[in-house]
Ligand binder design. Structure first.
Ligand code: NAI
Length: 291
């Protein structure tokens, strides 16, 4: 079992992945180019775990042991001994490729390099690497400890042994691992496109508000969250980048056309919960819904 795990990118996803594997007994190192992001992520995880103790779900001893298994790493060189690196940095192909190229000069030849990308081609990320067979997608969902699914994405040249090791690791941490081919959006973000793009069209045509659309899709088909609530949770910078990426990868098939309304919000810095406003405004973390 992979026991030493590096996580790069201490944002919403990186911190959740760190918490998941530290809770499952693995040693975790968390790195980010912004030192304050690492500190904030570790403090965030501590608070969540302390709440679990207060609710009786975790003992004080387990809390101390879990916290001790999550360490900051202020440089990539500190990750050289890890058996698995999971990157959860910004959703940009050039950034992810450059990161993996640099990592290959630091880590052992058999270290697995996994990407939490939502929509970029794993095969393309791997194409920058000397050993593309060690690269795979490992696509978690937000919030990671609660969303018990992970897509294990098989790039064109991924070694099947790498896929097996990631599936074993995910299952050991209590997640269901779905092995998916490396197609645009994999399975979840591909299947979920229609729901997101049609909701955006309904909004653009003035037929209903985000609150009305979200409510109808929660109360009718029974989605736990509507598409606008989900976009605000994910971050519009991420969800819109996913839209654009899938659209481009399907050679601009109009079915996947991204929304101009989302593009405008991203340009204005209205990114959802993380910026205090997206489709909803947030006061003390709570959405202010208008009908
Ligand atoms: P985020 O914006 O919350 O965090 C990204 C972090 O990466 C930031 O702290 C940033 O400082 C850091 N970073 C950027 N470039 C870096 C580099 N070269 N080296 C080290 N750190 C770097 O983003 P979030 O939401 O955590 O997403 C990260 C990745 O996970 C993206 O690829 C995204 O598509 C994917 N993802 C996001 C989901 C979501 O719901 N937000 C769901 C599933 C996947």
């Amino acid at each position: 079992m992979l026991s030493k795990i590096a996580i790069i990118g201490a944002g919403a996803m990186g911190r959740g992945i760190a918490q998941l594997f530290a809770t499952a007994g693995h040693q975790v190192w968390l790195h980010d180019t912004r030192a304050e992001a690492i500190e904030q992520a570790l403090a965030f995880n501590r608070e969540l775990l302390e709440r679990s103790v207060a609710k009786g779900r975790l003992s004080p001893d387990e809390l101390a042991a879990t916290l001790a298994r999550m360490r900051p790493a202020h440089s990539l060189a500190e990750l050289a001994h890890c058996e698995l690196v999971i990157e959860a940095v910004v959703e940009r192909l050039d950034v992810k490729q450059a990161l993996f190229v640099e990592l290959e000069s630091l880590v052992a030849a058999d270290t697995i390099l996994a990407s939490n990308t939502s929509s970029l081609s794993v095969t393309r990320i791997a194409s920058a690497c000397q050993r593309p067979e060690r690269v795979a997608g490992f696509h978690f969902f937000n919030p990671v400890p609660l969303m018990k699914l992970v897509e294990v994405v098989r790039g064109e040249r991924t070694d099947p042994a790498v896929i097996r090791r990631l599936v074993d690791l995910a299952e050991h941490a209590g997640h269901f691992a779905a092995i998916t081919p490396d197609t645009p959006g994999f399975l979840v973000n591909h299947a979920g496109r229609a729901y997101a793009t049609e909701a955006q069209r309904i909004l653009a045509e003035g037929i209903a508000t985000p609150a009305q659309i979200d409510r109808i899709l929660r109360d009718g088909p029974g989605f736990p969250m509507g598409p606008f609530e989900l976009a605000d949770l994910t971050g519009l910078d991420i969800s819109h980048a996913v839209m654009e990426s899938i659209f481009e990868q399907y050679y601009q098939d109009p079915r996947y056309t991204p929304s101009n309304l989302a593009a405008q919000r991203v340009a204005a810095g209205l990114l959802g919960r993380k910026s205090g406003e997206g489709y909803y405004r947030y006061v003390d973390g709570k959405p202010q819904r208008e009908p």
